[in-house]
Design a binder for this molecule. Structure first.
Ligand SMILES: O=C(O)C1=C[C@@H](OP(=O)(O)O)[C@@H](O)[C@H](O)C1
Ligand SMILES: C=C(OP(=O)(O)O)C(=O)O
Length: 431
């Protein structure tokens, strides 16, 4: 595994000295790696993951499965091998700050025998878990959470889950739907899951879940709006090929936009369920020129960024990078549809407003997003709130604003093992 480049704290983000010209290879998708691991653990035969993401979130996911008895061999960086075993407690699961671990593992743990205890980082205890715990209780799973509806909690598995009809409110996170669907083929009656409430965010991530369950041999009916049905049945093991993480492409492509450079992300898939694919449209609207060809996705900027009015509900994890671009744009922007990112790694709307305002931008939080009026920015410490995407947003700004430093860049290991090294190498390639 690549080690994180040793960097001082605070980290002075590097300033671009000219247009950034680089080709970047990104590690595997966090979301696909997490799903492939869970589906492999629930399968009847062994599976492999080619080019998995090796970063904190996926290492914690591998650890969670191992703790319940699954054979997870990560000795080869580019080929992990998963051997399913009967799931059992007692087990302690560290969720870190990973939404995927805290939402995808509890339904699987409910299929184990014994007690499986979940906890995580300080802020993980603030992230929305109540609706998932309520949903699991409603299908017969015994949970001790002392009424908190949050981490820490214990799932007392009996080796089977009834499943059947279930109604949830997944407006706070799509991961509630994905987590339940990923284990539902192993529930006695499968699952008929119905969402009632404000719209579910991050719809492409649900499509990714469905596509991957089908690829593992599961039967999913998603023909009715807000209803997902998984038939009970056995999942097969398979060879998963993990695509590059397109959400992590955001800061690198943004570098082309703000410096008038040209950045290629190698191996960009031509067909994908990853929400990061929407960067092509977003960055075009913001003034870039995007070309998808055999080399990958190339974004060329002019150095001039246009403000946008955009509903980011499908691609909410891109909000910090897009907000950084908006702060550097030549016209105001409105970002909508992302109220729920107040429950991401930190309250991202509040954090973005605070940090961008600290640099001199004029940012207002709305009910479901941000209004951003660009101003001349001046350098300061950009606080990351342990959030990898806040750190990436700060790094984008630091390319063109003197004197920006991040209080903590190590938080980027959540989804990239060496963001500072990759960022510095991108600038060394040509700028
Ligand atoms: O299922 C997934 O892999 C994810 C779903 C989304 O969560 P929300 O629905 O909470 O936004 C996304 O923001 C997160 O980074 C990854
Ligand atoms: C929201 C995110 O992560 P998580 O999977 O922890 O929810 C993210 O990576 O932007």
């Amino acid at each position: 595994m690549t080690e994180q480049t040793s960097v001082p704290t605070p980290w002075q983000t590097p300033r671009a000295t000219g247009p950034v010209l680089s080709t970047v290879s990104l590690p595997g998708s966090k979301s696909m790696t997490a799903r492939a691991l869970v589906l492999s653990a629930a399968a009847v035969k062994h599976s492999s993951l080619a080019e998995p993401l090796i970063a904190r979130d996926t290492t914690l996911m591998a650890g969670a499965l191992r703790a319940m008895g699954v054979g997870v061999n990560t000795a080869e960086d580019n080929l992990w091998v998963i051997r399913p075993q009967p799931l059992h407690g007692p087990a302690d699961i560290d969720c870190g700050l990973a939404g995927t671990v805290m939402r995808f593992v509890p339904p699987l743990a409910a299929l184990a025998t014994g007690a499986v205890r979940f906890d995580g980082d300080a802020y993980a205890r603030e992230r929305p878990m109540g609706p998932l715990l309520k949903a699991l209780s409603a299908i017969g799973v015994q949970i001790s959470d002392e009424g908190r509806g949050a981490l820490p909690f214990v799932i007392h598995g009996t080796g089977s889950v009834r499943g059947g009809e279930l109604t949830v409110d997944a407006s706070k996170t799509s991961q509630l739907i994905s987590g339940l669907l990923l284990s539902a083929a192993d529930f006695d009656r499968g699952l008929v899951l119905r969402h009632i409430g404000p719209p579910v965010p991050s719809a492409p991530h649900i499509q990714m879940t469905i596509a991957m369950i089908r690829a593992a041999g599961g039967a999913v009916d998603d023909s009715r709006p807000n209803v997902w049905e998984v038939e009970p049945g056995q999942l097969t093991g398979r060879a998963w090929e993990i695509e590059p993480d397109l959400s992590n492409a955001a800061p690198f492509l943004a570098a082309a936009l703000v410096t008038g450079g040209e950045v290629t992300i190698a191996g960009w898939p031509h067909n994908t369920t990853q929400p990061g694919d929407a960067l092509r449209g977003l960055l075009t609207e913001m003034g870039g020129e995007c070309v998808l060809d055999d080399r990958g996705l190339t974004v060329k900027g002019t150095g001039r960024v246009k403000g946008i009015d955009a509903d980011l509900s499908d691609v909410s994890e891109l909000t910090p990078a897009v907000a950084a671009l908006c702060a550097l744009a030549d016209s105001p922007s409105t970002l909508r549809g992302v109220a729920h990112i107040r429950g991401h790694e930190t309250n991202r709307l509040e954090a973005l407003a605070t940090e961008l305002n600290r640099l001199g931008c004029k940012v207002e939080e709305t009910d479901d997003g941000l209004r951003i009026a660009p101003r001349r920015l001046t350098g300061a410490v950009f606080e990351t709130y342990a959030d990898h995407r806040m750190a990436q947003a700060g790094a984008i700004l630091g390319l063109v604003v003197d004197g920006i430093s991040l209080d903590d860049v190590a938080c980027t290991t959540k989804t990239l093992s060496d963001f500072p090294g990759m960022w510095t190498r991108m600038l060394e390639d040509g700028s």
